[in-house]
Design a protein around this ligand. Structure first.
Ligand SMILES: Cc1cc2nc3c(=O)[nH]c(=O)nc-3n(C[C@H](O)[C@H](O)[C@H](O)COP(=O)(O)OP(=O)(O)OC[C@H]3O[C@@H](n4cnc5c(N)ncnc54)[C@H](O)[C@@H]3O)c2cc1C
Length: 644
């Protein structure tokens, strides 16, 4: 086991760093932010932003080339060898696939966010490793922060290279800085003459790192004193991968995405020109978070590509495979899975497309929609893959190559499952997304009323908070009890109107429930992750329902009446989940679960682990017959020393 480093940030430091990087202002409107405040602002997302037909036409030649390319790619070979050949990468470069969103003036295709996510959806429907290559470069790699924060000079210097296919990567994570960037150890120190920074440190799991020409690297620059307190500073730099001192220490391999070009990157006294800093000193973490706000819109669309492919596989197999006298799709247990897969795929597409359309709207604040899209689509997509595997039975578990070797079609559900799982972890794990959403969801109440419910506030603080909050709550709270959803309304949605009314009523219910939680739990609410997470889940379902209804309405207008059935089923199912979340809001077993978890962690239930083999690691620790694991570790160290 690795030694625990001594210099890890405390919980308070971690929070301070995260807070400092947080965008505290809401410059633009957000449907989801309003939703958590109990206000159903349908006008912010309805009518669904129309497709830009001219853009679709502009994108068509590229999309046609990409589809033809994907048709001939041998994804089984990519998976088996763990490599994407240079010829394939060059073909992608030649068609402009590394510069989809880079503007034409810099040599890119100049296509929109919507065209970009549709391209990624197409690629993922066949090959996750190729998506990772293109998306790590364009969603989070150099082009995205360069577009958002680069100077004109930097754009002129880097965009033409990136558009031609100079592959780039995003290097934030370190051994001890996964979800918590406060632990970052990589440093960048300005040289005495101010011409360059000297970069030292190591980055973990850097996708594209092993193939990249350019990297965005987040590193600590010297702390600054703000209000008398020393504050950690994280800055972002564009680093040339061939600069002296940049090294790929390991190429890393994973459960899926076998051809991911992912590595441990080491920086030893790397000289980074001072004009390669992005946005300015101390702004690196904020830059990373803002980059991810739009960057993480790719993943939900990519999940849609995977889900659609699984739906196709399940549909064909459930019709073809006959067991117990009829196609398995006619047995109710399988039929229900198929219906849910279709309804959820529709909701996933609705969320992904709506969120990207909103991101393209001038002034719209997309961060909460993007976080929900990432969290919800990755989790719904994972259930779809799991169901597809179940529907395919033994064939779902068998590799595509093995299926082919015995004459059956090489349907790659097993690979799809391996490739998909990481979506719930990278670009903000499901837990971190829920925390992020919850933080914003309670922000308004906390800003206004926290001091009233905080037992540690002074009387003066309580009175001042009361003076500020009374005018707001005097109108806000009563308004959460009455609304349009109580009356016949939303008629234009036809069969779906009842769901819109439910969403309006439930949005107010959610707003009240969150306010009540703050009053009831006060500062303890921050620690009750599961209460917060249930609120987030309800909000996410309400957003998904609205997105599905609004999309169905838009499709009806275009003559597609089928979508209403899927939106209706999705909403019915979501209502059941929401009811369960409200029922469990304060988690009748939350305390008991936490208590048992602490006892498990303390080792009190280690007895339960009797009867198993414990040497499961490669450099396994052999427990001695009568000794502890620590004894065995020491013994192994002796053995190793002896061999040396
Ligand atoms: C294949 C792959 C590709 C990647 N690509 C990149 C890349 O290109 N660039 C890059 O910078 N990084 C990359 N990463 C890193 C990835 O973003 C991290 O794995 C992710 O941020 C989570 O960090 P961690 O794995 O250290 O988990 P940890 O932070 O150690 O978390 C472990 C578990 O605890 C949970 N957890 C953590 N904190 C809390 C909390 N406060 N409350 C509740 N639960 C919590 C997490 O959700 C997770 O389930 C990649 C990782 C992988 C595996």
């Amino acid at each position: 086991m690795r030694e625990m480093p001594q210099n890890l940030a405390t919980e308070k430091e971690a929070r301070d760093v995260a807070e400092a990087a947080r965008e505290s202002e809401w410059a633009g409107p957000s449907f989801v932010r309003e939703l958590f405040l109990g206000r159903f602002r349908l006008d912010l997302i309805h009518p669904h932003p129309p497709d830009d037909e001219a853009e679709v036409e502009r994108a068509r030649p590229f999309m046609d080339k990409l589809r033809a390319f994907m048709d001939k790619v041998d994804s089984e070979e990519i998976d088996r060898t763990g490599e994407i050949s240079e010829e394939l990468v060059q073909e992608l470069r030649d068609m402009g696939a590394f510069g989809i969103k880079i503007s034409v003036e810099y040599g890119g295709l100049g296509l929109s966010q919507m065209s970009y996510i549709r391209a990624m959806e197409l690629v993922t429907s066949k090959d996750g490793s190729l998506t990772a290559l293109l998306s790590a470069h364009q969603s989070i790699g150099v082009p995205q922060p360069l577009k958002l924060f680069g100077t004109e000079e930097q754009k002129k210097r880097f965009f033409p290279r990136l558009a031609k296919g100079a592959i780039s990567a995003f290097a934030l994570t370190e051994n001890d800085a996964g979800s918590d960037p406060a632990n970052m150890q990589t440093t960048a120190t300005l040289s005495a003459d101010g011409t360059h920074y000297v970069l030292n440190g190591e980055k973990l799991w850097c996708t594209n790192g092993t193939r990249a020409e350019l990297l965005v690297v987040m590193a600590r620059t010297p702390d600054k004193v703000v209000d008398g307190k020393s504050k950690k500073q994280i800055s972002a730099f564009i680093v040339e991968a061939n600069a002296p001192g940049v090294e790929v220490v390991h190429r890393l391999r994973f459960m899926g995405l076998k051809a991911l070009e992912n590595g441990v990157m080491r920086f030893t006294n790397v000289k980074v020109p001072a004009n390669n800093i992005l946005w300015g000193e101390g702004k690196g973490l904020k830059l990373a978070l803002i980059t991810l706000n739009t960057g993480r819109l790719t993943l939900p669309a990519s999940c849609v590509g995977g889900a659609k492919q699984m739906l196709r596989i399940a549909r064909e197999w459930a019709k073809e495979r006959v067991q117990w006298g009829q196609p398995i799709g006619k047995h109710e247990a399988i039929a229900q899975k198929i219906a849910r897969m279709a309804a959820n795929t529709f909701a996933m597409e609705s969320i992904a497309e709506l969120s990207s359309a909103l991101a393209m709207k001038e002034g719209y604040d997309i961060r909460l929609e993007a976080a929900i899209a990432k969290m919800w689509n990755s989790e719904a997509g994972w259930r779809i893959i799991d169901d597809t595997l179940q529907i395919r039975g033994g064939r779902g578990y068998e590799t595509a190559e093995s299926l082919e070797s015995r004459g059956e079609p090489g349907i790659p559900v097993e690979r799809g499952m391996r490739d998909f799982r990481i979506n719930l972890i990278f670009e903000g794990s499901s837990e971190i997304m829920r925390l992020f959403i919850a933080r914003e969801a309670v922000d308004h109440h906390f800003k206004l009323a926290f001091n009233i419910v905080n037992p540690e506030s002074s009387m003066a603080e309580k009175l001042s908070a009361a003076a500020k909050s009374v005018p707001f709550y005097a109108t806000w709270y009563p308004a959460t009890w009455v609304g349009k959803g109580m009356l016949p309304s939303y008629g234009e949605f036809g069969k779906l109107a009842k769901h819109l009314r439910y969403i309006e009523r439930t949005t107010r219910h959610l707003g009240r429930a969150m306010f009540h939680a703050m009053v009831r739990l006060g500062p303890k609410l921050e620690r009750r992750q599961m209460v917060l997470f249930r609120s987030v889940d309800i909000g996410a379902e309400l957003f998904a329902m609205t997105a599905a209804c609004v999309r169905a309405r838009m499709l009806v207008k275009r003559g597609n009446r089928e979508a209403v059935e899927l939106a209706d089923l999705f909403c019915r199912e979501a209502r059941v989940r929401i009811a369960a979340s409200f029922e469990q809001f304060y988690g009748p077993n939350d305390d008991a679960l936490y208590k048992v978890a602490m006892r498990v962690l303390d080792g009190r239930h280690k007895w339960l682990e009797n009867g198993i083999v414990t040497s499961t690691h490669m450099n396994h620790v052999k427990p001695s017959a009568n000794g502890t694991d620590e004894d065995a570790t020491r013994a192994l160290r002796h053995e190793a020393a002896g061999v040396g």
